[in-house]
Design a binder for this molecule. Sequence first.
Ligand SMILES: [Zn+2]
Length: 395
Amino acid sequence: MGEQIYRYHSLVVITRTDERVLGYARYTDGVDRAELARALDLPRPTVVSSVGRLMTQGRLVAVDGERGRAARGRGRHLVRVSGAAALLGLLAWRHGRLTASLYDVRRERLIGIDRDPPDPRSGAEGLMEVVDALVRAAATIPGSALDTVVVSVPAPFLRGMGAPREHSSLPGLPRGFHVTNAEDFDTRLADRFDLTVITENNANLAALGEQYARPDRIDNVIYLMIGDDGIGSAVVANGRLARGAHGYGGELAHLQLDRNGPLCHCGGRGCLWMAVRDLSLPYSETAGTDPVDLTGLTRLSDAHDPGAHRLLADIGRMLGRPLGHLSTFLDPEAIIVDATLGEAVDHIIRGIAESLAVEAPPVIARNVRLERSTLGDTAEVRGAFEIVREAVRRG
Ligand SMILES: [Zn+2]
């Protein structure tokens, strides 16, 4: 009993508001009270007293140096979390590779580790080596601490539930889900490395990045990611990611286009992503060449090949139909298309626009902004920083 009382007196009382302020400030290199009030949706006086309390306790400190002076010149006072600066780790599957990166709070990439992707059936175990390498790399950066790793998976994934268990193993099927082991990565990796691990679908992360990167934050977005790895997509509705009950929320890839189409690794038939992937097959079979993949099409498109332009626009038209239906349901402000394919994506966007014009009511087709992302690969990185703040933003 006596010990409990002793502990009570030695505790520094920290309110939920203080926790949220610290949680937000942790992944910035300096933030002012106005931004904190806006981001956390708190009254300014509440933020002012919380920051005052946290500065007295030494948990927040004023930003010194040029940035701090420049901010004060404009009547702002930047604060940051005291002690070691936060690093953020990001594991991402892109273009057939697995990369592990370390970012500082300015979202600058300090270290990149490139690996062959692990066997998709190995689950969290297959990621242990690369996370270990990331932790070791972080230890070499003075004055910094890695406490959170975001795992950006190119598959439907729901935290606490894992990737869908149900997928077909029939021989000859195209390889799909890069993460097929249904388990809670977050707990397995967090326990091994004493880190916070947040696993999220890659398109969901990129959509969050797009949402927050704009000065006029948009709260209703359909995001589309197209690559040789497949089609990723995400929906942000009323400012929140629509993850669904099984992680399939916002997934366009497995919408059925043709009920008699080829079997997909999801166990369904004629899925959208397979139709997109196979679009160039009849041509390559006739020509007796290897199938042209999206990277090949992009290369030809960049060389002004009219056939490649046509096929890319056809891909857009194919995607435009379900996007038209989805837009009619959701009434988004924008459909944002990932542009890591470069200028070739403009042909896809042209095709989507043509389909939308006939597949959606005029009021939707006219008002939805169809945009090429200006963020590239950084949308996913921006989203990783936002996902670690998701809980503090919500209050
Ligand atoms: Zn499928």
